[in-house]
Ligand binder design. Sequence first.
Ligand code: PLP
Length: 456
Amino acid sequence: MRTPRIDLPVAEMPRRWYNLAADLPVPPPLGPDGKPIDPAALTAIFPENIVEQEVSTERWIEIPEEILEILLRWRPTPLRRAYALERHLGTPARIYYKDESVSPAGSHKPNTAVAQAWYNRQAGVKRLTTETGAGQWGSALSFACSQVGLGCKVFMVRISYEQKPFRKVMMQTWGGECVPSPSTETRAGRAILEQDPDSPGSLGIAISEAVEAAISDGSGETRYSLGSVLNHVLLHQTVIGLEAKRQLELAGETRPDVIVGCAGGGSNFAGLANPFVPDVMAGEPIEIVPVEPEACPTLTRAPYAYDHGDVAGMTPLLAMHSLGHTFVPPTIHAGGLRYHGMAPLVSAATAEGLMHPRAYGQLQCYEAAVTFARTEGIIPAPETSHAIAGAIDEALKAKASGEPKVILFGFSGHGLLDLKGYEAYFAGELENYPLPEEVLARSLAVLEGLPRPDRS
Ligand SMILES: Cc1ncc(COP(=O)(O)O)c(C=O)c1O
């Protein structure tokens, strides 16, 4: 019987994370003096065990049993064969998607939230602060903190806070506290509000607030947690790709021809794709495609540079594709893809020609999401719709060429709490926002004078 679902037995759940930094060196983060930062300096923000992972170049890192036990509630996640979508498109391509929407928070985010909460608790931390865009990360971290007994405070990008009120209720339900950002609670937030009282907020602003809230908490028991971008976050997400690899084998496939994922800070994309990068390095013909919104074209139009991860410049300088740390992206509905930077590992892989990014407008993405919902049945998160648009493009190319390509894409989350965006789409109220050249040029000006990564 043809089965649309390829399950991995619980006993085959990956026991180790894969660290691409072992195979692809990334230029080190720099301090304010322009010199590589001493990892010890990061311990004001993150606990030592997380800092250790952040700078690790070990290829495989063991997943602690207690983390596995929580992940096993919903993992391994299904790999699904999109027979209905294939039929609808009339493509000879075989389309598979890794369904991360089955987690308690509805996305891939709990994979790292659980690990980060656990490592923080091991280090004696009592409370975490964080930012959230679409609300997915904030709800995932609230869930994870509830599981290991930590407090959680979330600065949520104001525009998403208004568009997605129920994410806030999810955070509350799991015991997290959620405030709209920019807020009056931090110096960084107040400075933004003085300049622009109607600021829609951005991930860069919310990160500044969350980092400040962690550092300025006098108890020493609060640390900050980031939901994407950094090496340790990508590391925790590699369970996605490691499972998918094995599931493709079970489906009788030797390898995917194309891997597609949406990329905001890069974590779900890298989680799926990074375990395949060594195969690409060994000469396997696998095309790896991160997809981003044309409103926030970090990989496709911004330079590979050193830049801060936040607006206020509180984080070290990271080697990454960046639109400039003061960039406030247009208020598209894919809130989780509105970030000025990109994970250093994804940026380095792109700079090395191992990944081939693409940007799409939100109308094409919503159209893809609706097609997906009407064929495969699951309503995708607006972020996820970018991966679907990429996969559909690939399937149509395969139709034109007659090649039975194997397409694997990341289904990063469901959109059941993102229906406002769908409502606006059906009402014809949405537009594309290709970023104007002059806005891009103005935004990139903050990179002037900052060092450039050495790629020799
Ligand atoms: C469902 C979903 N997909 C993708 C993303 C983008 O983040 P990342 O690039 O880190 O996977 C988000 C971020 O909030 C999200 O909620």
